[in-house]
Design a protein around this ligand. Structure first.
Ligand SMILES: *Cc1c(COP(=O)(O)O)cnc(C)c1O
Length: 350
């Protein structure tokens, strides 16, 4: 097989539709989805709901919109949500819950992205007119900033049970839920059943060009349609991209295991380089965070050296680099990246 050049590890969003996916796009049946007339979107929504064990699902343009609709479904202005300090919702969505829905956030620091129920017990505010109302807990699985960490299943269930016992709603940012499914051998519906709403992305590891979905009860998803329209996410003959998500659900879930194997190959090379260090205890799925020792150079100098070898990675801080394996990175390519990383360890940056 030919290597794709450059080998792009900046994100699992960089993948482009394959010829088979493009064929499905060309052949898609479409209709006006704001009238619920697009048969392909309806099929995608039904299939997504079925996989997640929910009554209904709604197709949306992005994971950010999916999360923000989730928050808006559960909270009213003046309410507060609890989330993990490094979560996507808290850090990478412009505080959308504040801007769009008048909701504040209470971030709590987990260990490598993982919260414990004991940390949450004191976080529900009392019924007191001085204070916001605690309404929602948002969890993220896999956890992006925690190197694609799969949340521990039993503790996750425990947090959700505790939340529900305390009249809180539970939302899952499952942008990479299918990586967690493949990595844990726990089905998507077993993860999803503990949450009121679940967001999944088709445009990450699954390799579709566009789109996410929010799943939940019939009643919540009916309401979600209103919020989607408000946020400008009502789309017309959108079966043309929804079909790529359907294709991805049919063809690209099981193969995520290859991305996980490839991430491990790269992580092993990182561990063998005395100037580089994994920024997490272990790699569960497809995301690798690398700390660059200043004796080697800055993160930007390190990625510059990689770029000269045809490898692209993302600089996230002066000493921090991220690599994400994806369906355009073959095992051969991952081995090549590992070789480059080892060589940089032996020879330093040039
Ligand atoms: C990518 C991502 C999202 C949403 O991404 P969009 O770029 O808006 O589709 C949400 N949560 C997590 C954890 C993500 O990695």
């Amino acid at each position: 097989m030919m290597l794709n050049f450059p080998i792009d590890l900046r994100s699992d969003t960089v993948t482009e539709p394959t010829p088979a996916m493009r064929k499905a796009i060309a052949d898609a049946e479409v209709g006006d989805d704001v009238f619920s007339d697009d048969p392909t979107v309806l099929r995608l929504q039904e299939k997504t709901a079925e996989i997640l064990g929910k009554e209904a699902a709604i197709y949306v343009p992005s994971g950010t919109m999916s999360n923000q609709i989730g928050v808006r479904l559960h909270c009213r202005p003046g309410d507060e949500l609890i989330c993990e300090k490094d979560s996507h919702l808290y850090n990478y969505e412009q505080g959308g819950y504040t801007q769009l829905s008048g909701v504040s956030a209470r971030p709590i620091e987990g260990k490598e992205g993982v919260l414990k129920v004991e940390q949450l017990r004191g976080a529900i505010r009392p019924d007191d007119e001085h204070q916001t109302r605690t309404r929602l807990v948002c969890l993220e699985n896999t956890h992006n900033r925690a190197a694609g960490r799969i949340l521990p299943y039993d503790e996750t269930k425990e947090i959700c049970d505790w939340g529900h016992e305390n009249n809180l709603r539970m939302h899952l940012d499952g942008a990479r839920l299918f990586n967690a499914v493949v990595g844990s051998n726990i089905s998507a519906d077993r993860w999803a059943c503990h949450f009121d709403t679940v967001s999944v992305c088709f445009s990450k590891g699954l390799g579709a060009p566009v789109g996410s979905a929010l799943a939940g009860s019939e009643e919540l998803i009916r309401e979600a349609r209103r919020h989607r329209k408000l946020f400008g996410g009502g789309m017309r003959q959108v079966g043309i991209i929804a079909v790529a998500a359907l294709y991805a659900l049919d063809n690209n879930i099981d193969r995520l295991a290859e991305d996980h194997t490839n991430a491990q190959i790269i992580a092993d090379a990182v561990s063998s380089n005395e100037f580089l260090k994994l920024d997490s205890e272990r790699i569960d799925t497809n995301i690798i965070f690398i700390k660059v020792d200043p004796r080697l150079g800055t993160a930007a100098q390190f990625t510059g050296a990689l770029e000269n070898e045809g490898v692209r990675a993302l600089v996230l801080a002066a000493d921090l680099v991220r690599m994400v394996t994806n369906l355009q990175v073959s095992q051969e390519a991952a081995r090549r990246v590992a070789d480059v990383i080892r060589r940089v360890g032996e020879d330093g940056l040039r």
